[in-house]
Design a protein around this ligand. Sequence first.
Ligand SMILES: *Cc1c(COP(=O)(O)O)cnc(C)c1O
Length: 369
Amino acid sequence: MTHPRSEHAGALLTVDLGAVCDNWRLLRDQPGVVACAAVVKADAYGLGAQRVAPALAAAGCRHFFVAHLDEAIRLRACLQADAAVYVLHGAPLGAEREFVAHRLIPVLNSLAQVDAWGALARASGRLLPAVLQVDTGMSRLGLSNNEVQRLACSPQWLDGIDLRYIMSHLAIAEEADNPLNRQQLERFCAIRADLPKSGACFANSSGIFLGSDFHFDLVRPGAALYGVAPVVGAPNPMRPVVRLQGRIVQTRLIESGCGVGYGPSWRAARPTRIATVAAGYADGLPRSLSNRAVARVNGQPVMQVGNVSMDTLTFDVTDLPESTVQPGAFVDLIDAENGVDAVAARAGTIGYEILTSLGRRYARHYIGG
Ligand SMILES: *Cc1c(COP(=O)(O)O)cnc(C)c1O
């Protein structure tokens, strides 16, 4: 992907790879964690897998998860041979040979996927590595209870497969007190007891903070690596990773009563100075931030007024010194004080969605790699 040059870009996205690596080390060092993977699907949650994954590999990470085969092929090309690359959606039927060619490890989600992978292994006369996903309550991906029972009765289905891990995924790990967490854990342990012996992989970012019962042999964090708070209602231990600065294109003084933007959904109650910033919903700042977004100019908060447009945001900068809000200057749209979770809360969504929506029109800077 090519991003615009910084001197012309409407906004500047700075990704702190040092913070990503610090976050990975903090998760790896939680008591009871045996090994820590990195989930870098969706282009490392929008931050650039080609930059994030090698930085994590240099920090010692050896296990990487993506969702799709094509993501995995691109990722493989930027990692050393000692890194394991897992594909959460598994091998699309008929694509098994591509997994072997690129040394990718499928997460087998159905008996049909188990069957196809095992058949290829037996035909080629070599053990092929895989992860087996079982559903413990999310009803999304993985073997159903019925399929687990069929596999338990016919374990020869796994002949030829080097079963590295049995895995499952938590539905609400960010709520530490939610009883569903323990229920899923018990279900997971019962399923493991029925299936051939292998490693186990269970916890996402939030699951790591549920305690060592949830850690097993490999944990699989994504969001927390990128600064999203893993535990609802608790202080965020992760370092912030992204800073987004939007450029002021123009400023204007409007009279009391004047409307701003489409609608207009906001009218000036006093003579007001408006600064128009060159980022909008096409750049991943959702329209639900209309009249809610906050920007910071040298640390001073200013309110977004009027509806978010495709390419612009409009801020009331009346109370700031005029010299600090000249065209060409930057305002902070996401920063350490006003992080992805705070922006997400104002937009009525989650930090994950803000990160993965970050725009393609930003000039991107990587620091700390
Ligand atoms: C996305 C994903 C993860 C990472 O979850 P986070 O909440 O971002 O840590 C782990 N496992 C599976 C199966 C996933 O789909």
